[in-house]
Design a protein around this ligand. Structure first.
Ligand code: GRG
Length: 288
């Protein structure tokens, strides 16, 4: 996993050189180069590898997904959204560069990502690139990330159109699970997988995404700033709708364990050390 992360970091550095006007590239690279877990690009590369592709073929797409993820983190931290002063253990983008540049850095990453897929994916066919961009625009836009964020903001303001349980699942399927789905679906497309296989990995990523969000909610409750790299206990303080606030800590842990078990069951046959390492790490932390 460490080798894969180093490779991703090296390519992110290469794909986003500092150009004129330097300030925007510095702001883009600031949050991008902070030490995130790189789960989404790792999952894209590992899916491609498991299904028979050279990981280098998937590198531009994997890095683009990390750019999209970082864009969502930068915008999520803004005062008009979650208003968080820290991200990945350091001051948030807007704290360093100001709000206007942080908004633009997010926008820049959102558009730089598909450009990277198009310009750097030398080994993919045009048909594959179109399929990947279709996935990127679907999951990264109003049918994915943005939908999740809007309902999250609405629910904080007390507006619930569906039941709290349905609302919570909608938010996290769209805010969190979509990018894991995007990662494995594009990895599978790059490997030329058939629809059944793409759907199998999609099911894994959907369950993983929900489990990951429950993990994030549990960590907000039980862990520290050092571990999370952002302000802990914020969800509770703001009365946010989370798996812990809705179901309680024990039930949230039960839900998490069921989803993680399903993930092991789906992915087990591929004997992936990387996926197992990711699942093991989350499981161990929640159990401790
Ligand atoms: C796409 C235009 C556009 C807007 C995005 C702001 C927004 C709309 C969505 C917010 C999405 C968001 C921040 C979801 C939270 C998901 C989550 C649990 C993030 C933390 O992921 P980690 O722990 O982070 O993998 P690292 O830093 O390790 O990469």
């Amino acid at each position: 996993m460490k080798e894969l992360i180093d490779l991703i970091d090296k390519h992110l550095e290469e794909y986003v050189p500092i150009r004129y006007p330097e300030d925007i590239f510095k702001a883009m690279k600031y949050t991008l180069s902070l030490p995130g877990k790189r789960l989404r690009p790792v999952m894209c590369l590992e899916t491609a590898r498991l299904l028979g592709a050279d990981i280098q073929k998937a590198m531009p797409t994997a890095c683009a997904i990390e750019m999209l993820h970082v864009q969502s983190l930068i915008h999520d931290d803004l005062p008009c959204m979650d208003n968080d002063d820290f991200r990945r253990g350091k001051p948030s983008n807007h704290k360093v560069f100001g709000e206007a540049t942080a908004v633009l850095a997010g926008d820049a990453l959102l558009t730089y990502a598909p450009m990277t897929i198009i310009e750097k994916s030398k080994d993919l066919t045009s048909d594959q690139i179109v399929k990947i961009l279709k996935e990127y625009t679907r999951f990264g836009g109003a049918l994915g990330l943005i939908a999740g964020q809007v309902v999250d903001i609405e629910s904080e303001g007390g507006k619930l159109v569906k039941t709290p349980e349905e609302t919570l699942d909608f938010i996290h399927l769209n805010k969190t699970a979509v990018l894991f789905r995007l990662a494995v679906r594009t990895g599978a497309i790059i490997a030329g997988a058939d629809d059944n296989t793409i759907n199998e990995f999609d099911e894994f990523a959907t369950k993983f995404g929900l489990a990951f969000q429950i993990y994030d909610d549990i960590m907000d409750e039980i862990s520290s700033f050092e571990e999370m790299g952002k302000t802990a206990g914020k969800d509770k303080e703001s009365g946010k709708l989370t798996y812990v606030s809705l179901y309680g800590l024990e039930e949230a842990k039960n839900k998490f364990n069921c989803l993680i078990k399903d993930c092991y069951d789906i992915i087990g046959k591929y004997k992936s050390k990387i996926f197992e390492e990711i699942l093991d790490k989350l499981k161990t932390r929640v159990a401790s």
